[in-house]
Design a protein around this ligand. Structure first.
Ligand code: PLP
Length: 218
């Protein structure tokens, strides 16, 4: 809890939001942090997310943070607060369809590939631009693109991490200027995890996704 308060203060001072990544942790752990005032929690497995949603307070803001399979969107569409990792137009179309069915507007971030490793999911810049073009043409009115998400290379070399975060911020600025100039809603950059969140803050993150540093090893 001490670590949580310390990190929260640091984030508050910089106007950065905390998504507390609770994947694999039992619901009691989430309740403890909820009782301290934490409302935003991140999960990457749909089944786990749904079962936690069902038993925990309904004002929790649930974030889906990892790769999302198209056929699972329907399970989270009724309640999800933000989907962080859209990297495919077909996925976006499915989210729009399920949003309509649930009579909701769904907020998403586009995941951009910034890391060197090719194991990571995410859109290249060109693919991201193509996706936004198609999004505009096909008028997905139940989707709001709120910004970008990225994951840096898993390395101890913090200069590499910093460069990758810088690239994400620059690309965000480019998109903002070209496509979302008049849309205040395009305003979020989700980057930074336990090992690199301080660099992410320095490079312009608006929200960080932290698990182990606060909750211990999974
Ligand atoms: C697990 C996970 C995190 C949190 O990682 P920690 O190293 O535990 O802080 C952040 N983002 C995504 C996409 C994750 O899957």
């Amino acid at each position: 809890m001490g670590k949580y308060k310390e990190i929260l203060k640091e984030l508050n001072d910089n106007n950065v939001g905390l998504v507390l990544v609770s994947k694999t942790k039992p619901k009691e752990v989430i309740e403890d942090f909820y009782n301290l005032g934490q409302k935003d929690f991140g999960e990457n497995r749909v089944q786990e997310l749904v079962s936690k949603y069902e038993v925990l307070p309904k004002d929790i803001k649930w974030h889906h943070i990892g790769h999302l399979q198209k056929n699972k969107v329907k399970y989270i569409a009724p309640f999800i607060h933000l989907i962080h990792a859209v990297d495919d137009i077909k996925l976006l179309k499915e989210i729009n369809k399920r949003a309509i069915q649930n009579n909701r507007i769904l907020d998403v971030l586009l995941q951009i590939k910034i890391a060197k490793e090719d194991s990571k999911f995410g859109l290249s810049k060109d693919d991201c631009i193509a996706l936004i073009d198609e999004y505009e043409i096909s008028k997905m009115e139940n989707i709001r693109i709120r910004g970008l998400m990225g994951m840096a290379t898993f390395t101890y070399d913090m200069e590499i991490v910093r460069e990758e975060f810088k690239k994400l911020k620059e690309f965000f600025n480019f998109l903002k200027d070209k496509y979302f100039k008049d849309e205040e809603l395009f305003s979020e950059i989700s980057m930074g995890m336990s090992g690199d969140y301080q660099i992410a803050i320095e490079e312009g993150a608006t929200m960080v996704r932290i698990g182990t540093l606060i909750l211990g090893n999974r």
